[in-house]
Design a binder for this molecule. Structure first.
Ligand SMILES: NC(=O)c1ccc[n+]([C@@H]2O[C@H](COP(=O)([O-])OP(=O)(O)OC[C@H]3O[C@@H](n4cnc5c(N)ncnc54)[C@H](OP(=O)(O)O)[C@@H]3O)[C@@H](O)[C@H]2O)c1
Length: 421
């Protein structure tokens, strides 16, 4: 039976942030269990970042409708929303997409590094919760290695463009004399690091806050900025002219109420840049007079304007991916035959050892040199009988001839489910 690798995804390419965030999966372990139970998948990996929610799966019988239904039940969304926002590919196209991800070609900021770490984390989690198995583990391990190689050889990530630098640039385009303004950064994670680096590089002073003051202090020691207590901020937004928010809080940290209160006595305007997905700034604040709210949608537009240098490298990366995807496809197809091949080699080896032992006992042979010669003879005979058919089975599998693999399984009396090693 053919093994199919599927990829179902909702990303920033098709969906703006307010739609994308609705597809977020809160409990990855539970979702993997449900996809396996109700969508016919026997392996799955979920990649979830600010720009994408992606499901990779392995199954013998693909059923897109079941995948949509399960995802809809996990998120409480209507199935129609999936028709409008979800992209779906299989096998070679799924491998191709994963290579685009690992090499940074599908990222909003072309070539950015974060996605590679996020993919590594996704497969590590899938392994830990036993959601993935031989097929997806092999696919992801290979795709991560290939993606790393492509990045190193093409220099696609060179040039210092990041979500952080684009956010700062967006602020510069919208605020006059930014150097004289009060700037606050909420969050001390990866994205905040990118924002802080960019602010530092451009010589801006800024405050940093996080739930624990210790985190903010440690952050500021390496990234610059001035640590401020979280509680002080929540009641004192009015002090700031520009606020970057990059947290994974599952609720609105910057609420309509807080900003309405802050703007009451404030004479100047305020810009808020919400870099989070799901968003942590209530979109209603955009309706408050004097407040300009921007989010990842505007960052995406900014990135597009600044990508020229990296765009030149896209063609090179694409042609490497096109070569690599064929090799990856062949090795994935080979996996179908591997359990059978392994089983045949194991059985032949057991048989050889058993018969050798019997023969040596009958001969009562004690001469080590002669024993070695007889042993090598049995190995050579077994190897020469089994190698050619096994290589042919592997080749048939690589070429997608599942019939031959199935026939060989019958000939060698191999039953997949009884031999799950
Ligand atoms: N990584 C990327 O490439 C990327 C790019 C664009 C946008 N984003 C989005 O940006 C956001 C931050 O991503 P990240 O990669 O920087 O995450 P991260 O490294 O995990 O950092 C998360 C930050 O959120 C804070 N946080 C979590 N729960 C909170 C809560 N309930 N109240 C207040 N603060 C809370 C954490 O503070 P503590 O230390 O107190 O836990 C930490 O500072 C996410 O929404 C993500 O989707 C990420």
């Amino acid at each position: 039976m053919n093994q199919n690798i599927i990829n179902a995804r909702v990303t920033f390419r098709n969906s703006p942030i307010h739609i994308l965030e609705q597809f977020t999966i809160k409990d990855i372990e539970n979702a993997c269990e449900l996809f396996k139970k109700h969508s016919g998948l026997d392996e799955c990996v979920i990649i979830q970042t600010c720009n994408r929610i992606e499901l990779f799966g392995k199954s013998e019988m693909n059923d897109l409708d079941k995948i949509k239904k399960t995802w809809a039940s996990i998120t409480g969304l209507e199935k129609d929303l999936f028709d409008e926002n979800m992209e779906y590919v299989e096998n070679k196209d799924a491998f191709h997409h994963l290579l685009k991800l690992t090499s940074g070609l599908d990222s909003m900021v072309l070539g950015e590094e974060q996605i590679l770490g996020q993919i590594k984390d996704s497969i590590t989690t899938a392994r830990e919760i036993k959601a993935s198995g031989q097929h997806l583990n092999t696919l992801f391990d290979k795709a991560i290695r290939i993606g790393t190689r492509i990045r190193n050889s093409s220099g696609i990530g060179a040039g210092g463009i990041s979500v952080g630098s684009m956010a700062v640039k967006l602020a510069e385009e919208n605020i006059d004399e930014l150097k004289t303004k009060k700037i606050l950064l909420i969050g001390t994670g990866e994205v905040s690091t990118l924002v802080a680096k960019s602010l530092q590089r451009r010589g801006y002073k800024f405050d940093v806050t996080s739930r624990t003051i210790g985190r903010s202090e440690a952050f500021c020691e390496t990234m610059g900025g001035n640590p401020i207590k979280f509680e002080q901020i929540l009641s004192g937004f009015d002090y700031y002219d520009l606020i970057f928010v990059a947290t994974t809080a599952p609720y609105f940290l910057v609420t309509n109420e807080r900003i309405t209160k802050a703007m009451k006595d404030k004479k100047k305007g305020m810009m808020i840049l919400d870099l989070s997905n799901p968003r942590t700034v209530d979109e209603k604040v955009a309706t408050i007079k004097g407040v300009k709210l921007m989010n990842l949608d505007q960052i995406a537009e900014m990135v597009e304007k600044n990508m020229n240098a990296r765009l030149n490298k896209v063609k090179t990366v694409e042609s490497i991916i096109n070569e690599e995807v064929c090799i990856l496809e062949a090795s994935m197809k080979r996996l179908e035959a591997e359990p059978l091949v392994k089983n045949v080699f194991k059985n032949v080896e057991n048989l050889r050892e058993k018969e050798l032992k019997k023969a040596l006992q009958m001969l009562d042979e004690k001469d080590e040199k002669k024993i070695k010669i007889i042993e090598e003879l049995t190995k050579a005979v077994a190897e020469s009988i089994v190698s050619i058919p096994m290589n042919n089975i592997r080749k048939a599998s690589e070429e997608g001839n599942s019939d031959i693999v199935e026939l060989a399984s019958k000939l060698f009396d191999y039953k997949k489910h009884n031999n799950a090693d």
